[in-house]
Ligand binder design. Structure first.
Ligand code: TNX
Length: 453
C-alpha cells in the first residue's frame, strides 16, 4: 500500500518517497500507514486519517481500508498531484481528522466490452479511474449478440469466431485467459472485484453463430453487428446447452477471485417463459456448483432464486420486488439514474435515450433505499453504473460518458443520503476539473457544475 501511495505521488511531485517499516512511533515529516484491530475504525472498508503539522497517519483494519484512505490522501493534496500534472514545490494539505466508511459494500461500474471491444490497457485505465472514487467492483459484460470476448478453452470457437466483429462491423477482439487474469490481478491489487458476465439465455447470438448445436434449429446463425436486442436465445431444451454453460462457468470461475458470476438473464424476448424459468434456476445451480454466487438482471426473479443470488435492478420494479419477496438482495442500477450510456441532454451526440436524459444532477440526486417503495437499504448490497457501448467506440468517448457522472454515483454508494446534497456536491465536483485535465480525462463540461479550472 505504501509503495502504491508513493508511486502515485511520484509522477506529479517528482519526490522519491522512501518506504520503511517501523515498529516505533513515527517521527516528524512522515506519512504513516498502520493496520489496527480497533473499534475506532468504522465499517468494513473504513479508515481514519489524522493530519497534524508533523505527521499524516492513516489507520485501517485491513488493506482495503488503507487503499480507500490513500485515495482520500490523494484527493486532499492539491490537484497538481494528479498524475501528469505539473510539478509544484510545495504541496499543502489541511490539518484535521477524518473517519470514513461506505454505506454500501458494493460500489461498481460496468463496461460492455461486447458491443465494442476494449483492450486490456483500456480496462486498466477504467480501473485507475474508478479506484480514485473508491469504487470496489468492475462488472465486465463479456458476451452479447455482437461479440464473445473471453477465451473459453473447451469451446474455442466462441472467441475465435464469436469475437470476430462488433457493432458497426469493426474487428472486435477478445481477451485470452492470460490477459483476463492480468486484468483480475490489476483489480485485486486495488481491492476491486471483477464481475464477469455471460449473458444468457438471450443476448447470445455470438455463441449461436459459433456453435450450431446451441441453436434449436441445429444451424449456426450469422454474426451480428447491429444494435437490436431480444432476438436470440440458447436452446434451453437441449442438454448440450447445460454442458456448454457448465464448461463456460467452470473456466470463468477458475479465473475469478471475486464471489460473483453474472448470468445476465435480461431481455430474453424469444425464450418462452416456461423455458426461461427452469433455465435460470439450473444455471444458478451450475454457478453454485463452482463455488460462486449468481448475479443476474432483475428478470431472473421470475424463477426461484437460490441462496446468495443477487438480482440487479435496472428497469422493472415488479421484478425487483419479486426478488426481495424471495429474500434476495438487490444491486441497484436504475436505468434513469445510473445508465451512463444515456445522453446528458438532447445535444449529446453519443449515447442512447430510452431511459431519458441523465444530467449530472439526476445521476447524483437519488437515494437507492427509497427509489422503489418496499425496497429499503437492508435489501440492497449497493449500486452499479453500467456503460453499454452500442454508441461508444473508444476511450475518449467512454470517458466523456463516464465523467463527470461517475464521481457522483460513487458518492451515492459511499455516503448516506442524509449527508448528500447537490448544492454542496456540485462545488466539490467543480474542483475536480483540474484533476480531470491533469489525468487527460475527456469529460462533459456540464453547465450545471461551477468548474474551477
Ligand atoms: C438494455 S440493461 C440492455 C442492454 C442495452 C442497454 C442500452 C439491460 C440489462 N439490457 O442490452 O445495451 O439497454 O442502454
Amino acid at each position: 500500500m505504501a509503495e502504491y501511495l508513493t508511486g502515485s505521488l511520484k509522477p506529479a511531485t517528482g519526490f522519491d518517497i522512501e518506504v520503511k517499516t517501523t515498529g516505533e512511533t513515527p517521527g516528524k515529516g512522515n506519512i504513516y500507514l498502520t493496520l489496527m484491530d480497533a473499534d475506532t475504525i468504522p465499517g468494513d472498508e473504513g479508515y481514519v486519517i489524522a493530519i497534524t503539522k508533523k505527521l499524516i497517519t492513516l489507520s485501517a483494519k485491513n488493506a482495503a481500508g488503507l487503499f480507500r484512505g490513500i485515495q482520500t490522501i490523494r484527493q486532499l493534496l492539491p490537484a497538481e498531484v494528479a498524475p501528469g500534472a505539473e510539478q509544484k514545490k510545495i504541496l499543502e494539505i489541511a490539518t484535521g481528522s477524518i473517519s470514513d466508511y461506505p454505506v454500501y459494500g458494493y460500489r461498481g461500474a460496468m463496461l460492455d466490452v461486447a458491443r465494442h471491444f476494449f483492450s486490456v490497457d483500456d480496462v486498466k485505465r477504467v480501473i485507475d479511474l474508478i479506484e480514485i472514487y473508491k469504487m470496489n467492483a468492475l462488472h465486465l459484460h463479456l458476451s452479447d449478440d455482437q461479440g464473445w470476448r473471453i477465451e473459453i478453452k473447451s469451446w474455442p470457437n466462441l472467441a475465435l469466431h464469436g469475437g470476430n466483429t462488433e457493432v458497426g462491423g469493426g474487428e472486435g477482439g477478445y481477451f485470452t485467459q492470460e490477459q483476463y487474469s492480468e486484468i483480475v490481478k490489476y483489480a485485486d491489487a486495488r481491492y476491486i472485484i471483477i464481475v464477469p458476465e455471460i449473458d444468457m439465455p438471450g443476448h447470445t447470438n455470438a455463441a449461436l453463430a459459433s456453435y450450431a448445436e446451441l441453436n434449436c434449429s441445429g444451424k449456426a446463425t450469422e454474426l451480428y453487428t447491429g444494435t437490436e436486442v431480444g432476438f436470440s436465445t440458447l436452446c434451453t431444451k437441449k442438454e448440450v446447452t447445460y454442458k456448454f454453460v457448465d464448461d463456460v462457468v467452470r473456466e470463468l470461475a477458475a479465473l475469478t477471485t471475486g464471489p460473483y458470476i453474472h448470468i445476465g438473464g435480461d431481455e430474453s424476448h424469444v425464450t418462452k417463459k416456461e423455458d426461461y424459468i427452469p433455465f435460470v434456476e439450473r444455471v444458478q445451480d451450475i454457478v453454485l456448483s463452482h463455488n460462486k454466487k449468481a448475479l443476474g438482471w432483475d428478470e431472473i426473479s421470475l424463477g426461484v432464486l437460490r441462496p446468495g443470488t443477487v438480482a440487479q435492478f435496472w428497469a422493472n420494479a415488479e421484478n425487483a420486488k419479486r426478488a426481495v419477496g424471495q429474500g434476495t438482495k438487490l444491486l441497484m442500477s436504475p436505468a434513469s439514474r445510473t445508465y451512463i450510456d444515456m445522453k446528458y441532454d438532447s445535444t449529446t451526440v453519443l449515447g442512447l435515450k430510452w431511459a431519458g436524459y441523465i444530467e449530472v444532477d439526476a445521476s447524483y440526486n437519488w437515494d437507492p433505499a427509497t427509489l422503489v417503495p418496499g425496497i429499503g437499504s437492508g435489501n440492497i448490497i449497493g449500486i452499479e453504473a453500467p456503460l453499454w457501448t452500442e454508441t461508444i467506440t473508444n476511450m475518449e468517448e467512454l470517458e466523456y460518458m463516464v465523467f463527470p457522472r461517475l464521481p457522483g454515483l460513487a458518492e451515492v454508494g459511499w455516503t448516506p443520503s442524509e449527508l448528500r446534497n447537490w448544492e454542496d456536491f456540485k462545488g466539490r465536483l467543480g474542483n475536480h476539473a483540474k484533476r480531470f485535465k491533469a489525468m487527460g480525462i475527456n469529460y462533459y463540461p456540464s453547465k450545471l457544475v461551477p468548474w474551477i479550472e
